[in-house]
Design a protein around this ligand. Structure first.
Ligand SMILES: *Cc1c(COP(=O)(O)O)cnc(C)c1O
Length: 430
């Protein structure tokens, strides 16, 4: 890319969560192959991000490319109203087969945030169909569910700057963030505050919505499976729906195909996205039990009131079905376990570093929480000059590489993180 293109980008194109007036530097990527991103100047970076949880099989996968080409030769898109097509059926068959057993009905949507909107609308329509006015949701602090309005209304109020949108966002209920970590001994008291909120408000509550086990963009925290079991029990006792947002955790990232499996529970509504297409296209889904689907369908509206223009886009469905086939045929449990062991061995010793507050690892996710916020521009430059792509935010430096990463490539990522936390100049003054 020439300097004029980069200047145009700087002057005219928004990037995620950035300023248009004073944008942070952007690095031009012109190709990506397996676990490497290629910059315009020819440099290769080892990818530690999987493009935000998505590219689990690595980049430029020949089978994913072939699936897209095959579908393109038939048709790239056709409306889904009154029409179905083989790729949607193939994908949904696979989704129903691999998700927890009670989930049987699939709504295909365009992005993670929209899947969350769909799940929340389903919960509202479910109670409306039963003649009850239950319009509030209960969720956890430190959660992240997306950037659209309903999704934002159940994100952590501080992280998502609820104060900016006061008056626009419906006010839902927030339980304290779970404190009992994934491998701590379980403490019964961890769900007390959540239980109290349910006891007090259950008649107005339609659903509990949460990220099972791993809270992603809201803090990269891993909580105890018993917590999730208790939430399921409480939802059953007080007749609330449970919405599990597995947009980040789905498809093996935590060492189980779905994070709910750590607790042996099934939600009433499950959201998936991100890795669904192996990181090639945007696609998401909300799956429900037959009971939820039937109740909604028996309501006054007689249908679920949602239908995006590009619903079940055939290209996205074809590549997602192929991605799930690759996953099924791969050795992802062994790959993720090996990544977990290597991340533990390489990152845990960083707990001793002066800049480091905490280190945690689960599945193919490694998190180094620092005492001071990172200087994003400085640390990003440091990583790129060291030949890796890692994108920290706030006090979080984290790795979630493609499952196919080699141990040498992973060692390069962890060594670079170790070098970064040894360099005080990469952190903001406090
Ligand atoms: C990324 C994410 C979303 C939002 O997905 P988008 O595709 O960015 O809209 C929702 N929930 C969780 C848990 C996520 O990680």
């Amino acid at each position: 890319m020439n300097p004029a293109d980069l200047a145009f980008d700087r002057g005219h194109i928004w990037h995620p969560y950035t300023s248009m007036r004073d944008p942070l530097p952007c690095y031009p990527v012109v190709a990506a192959q397996e676990c490497r991103l290629q910059l315009a100047d020819g440099r290769q970076l080892v990818d530690g991000m999987s493009s935000w949880w998505a590219a689990v099989h690595g980049y430029n996968h020949p089978r994913l490319n072939q699936a897209l080409q095959n579908q393109m030769a038939q048709m790239s898109h056709v409306m889904f109203g009154g029409i179905t097509h083989p790729s949607a059926v193939a994908l949904c068959r696979r989704l129903v087969a691999i998700t927890p057993a009670p989930l049987e009905c699939v709504f295909l949507a365009d992005s993670g945030s929209v899947a969350v909107e769909v799940a929340m609308k389903m919960a509202l329509q479910f109670w409306q169909a039963r003649g009850e006015k239950r319009q509030r949701f209960l969720t956890l602090r430190n959660g992240y569910h997306g950037d659209t309005f309903a999704a934002m209304s159940v994100c952590d109020p501080q992280n998502s700057m609820h104060s900016l949108y006061q008056g626009y966002l419906p006010e839902h209920l927030f339980a304290p963030t779970p404190t009992c970590r994934f491998d701590d001994p379980w403490r019964e008291s961890d769900t007390d505050a959540l239980e109290q909120l349910i006891v007090t408000h259950h008649r107005q509550l339609s659903a509990v919505i949460l990220e099972p086990i791993v809270q992603g963009a809201g803090g990269m925290r891993f909580y105890h499976p018993r917590y999730l079991q208790r939430v399921r029990e409480l939802c059953d006792r007080y007749q609330l729906l449970l919405i599990a947002d597995e947009i980040a955790t789905g498809f093996g990232r935590t060492g189980r195909l779905f994070a709910c499996e750590h607790a042996g529970i099934a939600p009433d509504i499950l959201c998936v996205g991100k890795a669904l297409t192996g990181g090639t296209m945007t696609l998401s889904a909300a799956l429900t039990t037959r009971r939820v689907a039937d109740t909604i369908s028996n309501g006054a509206a007689g249908c679920f009131m949602h239908g995006p223009t590009f619903m079940a886009n055939p290209l996205a469905c074809a590549v997602a079905a192929e991605s799930l086939a690759i996953l099924e045929e791969s050795h992802w449990p062994e790959q993720v376990a090996a990544i977990e062991a290597q991340l533990r061995a390489a990152l845990m010793p960083l707990k001793a570093a002066a800049e480091v507050a905490d280190v945690r690892v689960l599945g193919a996710i490694g998190v180094v929480e620092t005492r001071r916020p990172v200087d994003v521009a400085a640390i990003q430059r440091f990583f790129v000059e060291s030949g890796v792509w890692i994108r920290p935010f706030g006090r979080l430096i984290y790795l979630m590489p493609p499952y196919i990463i080699s141990s040498d490539e992973l060692a390069k990522l962890t060594a670079t993180v170790a070098a970064a936390v040894d360099n005080p100049q990469l952190f903001k003054m406090t």
